[in-house]
Design a binder for this molecule. Structure first.
Ligand code: CA
Length: 247
């Protein structure tokens, strides 16, 4: 086998997190630690992750919110939930949200590793990571979070803007609703009031993509198409470059 499998551990209790990190290292995995839900979502979405161990009671964003946001951008990334003993409802809810398995705390190293191996066996392929988007001579580099226009000008994208591009590319050919963008990119569930904020973000993003600095200049509609009544969609002529496992 080639590179070490990378496992994100999202757990706010330092003692448990460290114990899991040690278990993973001993077993030849590459652990990535996150101590709250936001950091966990960010780490899980970074390229090259093979599996996520997700606690449910977490600061900033709870495990359920992390899982549902993650499922919108990474539908097949393996996730194992870490639940407290007796929390039957949590387990069921987690599985309904698309978790692959669960482990009840406190767990033994052997049990945890057995679950991880079983889930990884069932999901041999790491979902393709989106590396770059291209339209004409303009490139969006999703890893470096920047737009490079034909004249060589580089414009930084915020993490959220890069995530919007990834989200649209993941679901290319379909419109992505504003609500879905809010929940998957910003982790906001009930976003009735804030959907207009999405439009402002899209306008700014389009300006960056088209290389124009003024708010009113517009452009960028080739990159991000408005679908009336539905949301936004990646432009049909935008090329998506992805990278699979190990390459
Ligand atoms: Ca916790």
């Amino acid at each position: 086998m080639g590179a070490k499998r990378r496992v994100v551990i999202v757990e706010d209790e330092p003692a448990i997190r460290r114990a899991v990190v040690d278990i993973l290292k001993m077993a030849g995995y590459e652990p990535v630690e996150a101590a709250d839900g936001e950091a966990g979502l960010h780490a899980s979405r970074a390229g090259g992750v093979d599996l996520v161990l997700l606690d449910l009671m977490l600061p900033k964003l709870d495990g359920f919110d992390v899982l549902s946001a993650l499922r919108e951008t990474h539908p097949s990334l393996p996730v194992i939930i870490l639940t407290a003993r007796g929390a039957e409802d949590d387990r069921v809810r987690g599985l309904k949200l698309g978790a692959d398995d669960y482990v009840v705390k406190p767990f033994s190293a052997r049990e945890l590793l057995a679950r991880i191996e079983a889930v990884l066996r069932r999901t041999p392929e790491r979902p393709a990571q989106i590396l770059r988007l291209k339209h004409g001579a303009t490139v969006v580099d999703c890893a470096r979070h920047e737009v490079v226009t034909p004249d060589g000008q580089r414009t930084a994208l915020s993490e959220m803007e890069a995530e919007v591009m990834r989200r649209l590319a993941t679901q290319r050919g379909q419109a992505v609703s504003r609500e879905s963008l809010l929940s998957s990119v910003w982790g906001i569930r009930d976003g009735r009031v804030e959907t207009r904020a999405i439009d402002m973000h899209i306008t700014r993003l389009r300006n960056k993509l088209s290389g124009s600095s003024s708010e009113s200049n517009g452009g960028g509609e080739d990159w991000i198409v408005t679908v009336r009544g539905k949301g936004y969609m990646l432009g049909a002529d935008v090329q998506v470059e992805t990278e699979g496992r190990g390459s």
